[in-house]
Write a protein that binds this ligand. Sequence first.
Ligand code: DLL
Length: 439
Amino acid sequence: MLDLTPDPSSLDPEELAPPERLRDLQLQRLQLTVERAFEAVPFYRRAFTEAGLRPQDVHSLDDLARLPFTTKEDLRLSYPLGMLAVPRSQLLRIHASSGTTGKPTVVAYTKGDLDSWSALVARSIRAAGGRPGDLVHVAYGYGLFTGGLGAHYGAERLGCTVVPASGGMTERQVTLLRDLRADVIMLTPSYMLVILDEFERLGFDPRESALKVGILGAEPWTEEMRQEIEARADMHAVDIYGLSEVMGPGVAQECVETKDGLTIWEDHFLPEVVDPVSGAPLPDGEPGELVLTTLTKEAMPLIRYRTRDLTRLLPGTARTMRRMERIRGRTDDMIILRGVNLFPSQVEELVLRIPGLSPHFLCVLSRPERLDEMTVRVEARPEAASAERRSRMGAELSQRLKHALGVTVAADVIEPGVLERSLGKAKRVLDLRPGTPAR
Ligand code: DLL
């Protein structure tokens, strides 16, 4: 694979700013954000007053821990636009995050917000190995989801040629990728797999495409999945993170030269990791829930937003800003099976270590009697699909799951092509237990 390390002179000066300078900038921006939120957003004025705080009480970054949290529930209660810090007429765009039930969470952007967002996605694409002049194929969904339009404007900002393919019509995606010779592809890792399968179904070798890097995110994925995708496409695969409430894609990006977790663009977002149950701040290096404070957002500043994403903070490597480890899962995606906590990403890791198993799997939860049970339904790879081989691989997977997770999990290895494919975020859990709402 090509060496795509960016030339240091092409980076934004903030990317290499000495930590003290970054801290000064963060404090200055935090103070401004807190002041504006207090003045303009009734929710924050109330929360601060209840906590006995005024904006002037923020003297250092350590004071962050004294500020109240903002939760998804707070955003829900202020539906649709109750968290705005600017008049509605100053908004240029609205997106919404997919709620599985009920009302979506609406998020809004001023001209300044769209400008910072494009700049951060441009920075992310460059960190991933994209360059001005590259052809970028965007297969994240366009629409209320922030993936498509977020990637699109960032790629244009960097000076790339954008193909706004959106998700779906997979055969046409392959045609466009081959004929236009895209250098960069942006989509969810699970949809990348669908496209790779489609290449092969059509009799083409994806390694012969011009793709040099895939910028994959919007859902958890694993190191094992990276290896699978890199080998099958002969391209780099790097991780991009973001969430609509805070902005969209481009909050953090993995640098292609190190591939060691995601650099958080700390000049725009102040990260913390807290204990998911007590909310107590944890030192860098400890695993817990990521909490983000926006430092430059105008329309909807968020203070200490509880992302529910689980990770840990690590020191900077390719950049001076801190990194976060790849997201392992969300607190609300955690499966609790007979008292053992586990995430679909752990299952993915184990599945992909068995050569004849494909990355297409689903965790099925049921309660046949009084106890919960889980079956991992996973497709065999076409070359390993005989009944005898499938049954052997099932026994092996079940044994490995038991060993790694400490709980008995059944494995059902099925024929290729049976499970539903996703065009965006993959559905990894099917919960058939009585009384459990759909995820
Ligand atoms: O998924 C924004 C996005 C689009 C990120 C394209 C990256 C690429 P939401 O739909 O609001 O926004 O979902 C946000 O998705 O809280 C995480 O749980 C999950 N997520 C996003 N990126 C990653 C990632 C977009 N790289 C939620 N790894 C977040 C794991 C991710 N989970």
